[in-house]
Write a protein that binds this ligand. Structure first.
Ligand SMILES: Nc1ncnc2c1ncn2[C@@H]1O[C@H](COP(=O)(O)OP(=O)(O)OP(=O)(O)O)[C@@H](O)[C@H]1O
Length: 246
């Protein structure tokens, strides 16, 4: 469903993405792991269209999207989880998700009568909140949600745009063990229904969820394989997992 071919991105003399070729099949949860500064965020930013690669190609559904802007990729079904900075703290969870639905639909709601417009936005917004387990928190202002619930809200906002593939950048960041476990369950529920690319430092979560793992070091892919294959790969253990892998 998503493929990169020899993707390269440099920042001055630093090679942040070094000839990365990835292939992510439909319905699969594919994790990208690697030490700090390995280039994970830079990679996801290129996939989402926020950063232009210097070289290489990105194909989504067989179509070359390398030069498509963010909103055209989103319209094609490739969605990056919203960052907390794009959440309006004083708006309720439902209002935030409804805004994401509206932003995705563009101007097509402008001519609707208010009541039907509100229902057309709130219906899908409610559905997305249910999917992430925030159904009963719809009326709560975003600023009053717990940290974990705010991350769930970001995912609901991405789901509200009707994507087929989700790009998730560290959804467990800053979470305690209980919130992290809830997020793992949430992602397990989204798996298969959506194709997911997950960047995550929490190795327990990665090994519990991923069908396929790619390891990046200094911008380059050093290994790609199943969780069992990656866990026992001598180069990965040397370069990254170390004693973490047991
Ligand atoms: N806009 C930028 N300008 C210059 N250098 C950058 C820029 N963005 C990232 N870098 C550098 O590119 C390298 C890769 O960074 P990136 O944030 O993609 O790594 P990461 O794997 O996501 O790290 P982390 O796990 O810490 O989030 C780092 O050395 C970083 O300092």
């Amino acid at each position: 469903m998503l493929e990169t071919r020899n993707l390269c991105k440099r920042f001055g003399g630093l090679v942040a993405t070094d000839h990365v070729s990835l292939s992510i099949r439909e319905g699969e949860l594919h994790a990208v792991i690697g030490p700090n500064g390995a280039g994970k965020t830079t990679l996801i930013a290129q996939l989402a269209g926020e950063l232009k690669p210097d070289q290489g190609a990105i194909l989504f559904d067989g179509r070359d999207v390398t030069r498509l802007p963010v909103h055209r990729r989103a319209a094609a079904g490739l969605a990056r989880s919203f960052q907390i900075t794009s959440v309006f703290p004083r708006f309720t969870a439902l209002q935030n998700v409804a805004l994401a639905v509206q932003a995705h639909a563009g101007h097509s709601f402008r001519f609707w009568r208010r009541a039907s417009r509100d229902e057309a936005l709130n219906g899908p917004a409610r559905g997305a909140l249910e999917l992430v387990g925030l159904g009963d928190r719809a009326g709560v202002r975003a600023e009053l949600l717990s940290h974990g619930e705010q991350r769930q809200l970001e995912i609901a906002m991405a789901l509200a745009t009707g994507p087929r593939m989700l790009l998730l950048d560290e959804p467990m960041a800053g979470m305690g063990p209980a919130e992290g476990a809830e997020m793992v369950e949430l992602l397990r529920g989204l798996k298969r229904r959506y194709t997911i690319l997950l960047i995550e430092h929490d190795m327990d979560a990665v090994f519990a969820l991923a069908d396929w793992i790619t390891v990046l070091v200094h911008g380059a892919v050093i290994a790609t394989g199943t969780p069992d294959g990656i866990r026992s790969d001598p180069e990965v253990r040397r370069a990254y997992l170390g004693e973490e892998a047991g």
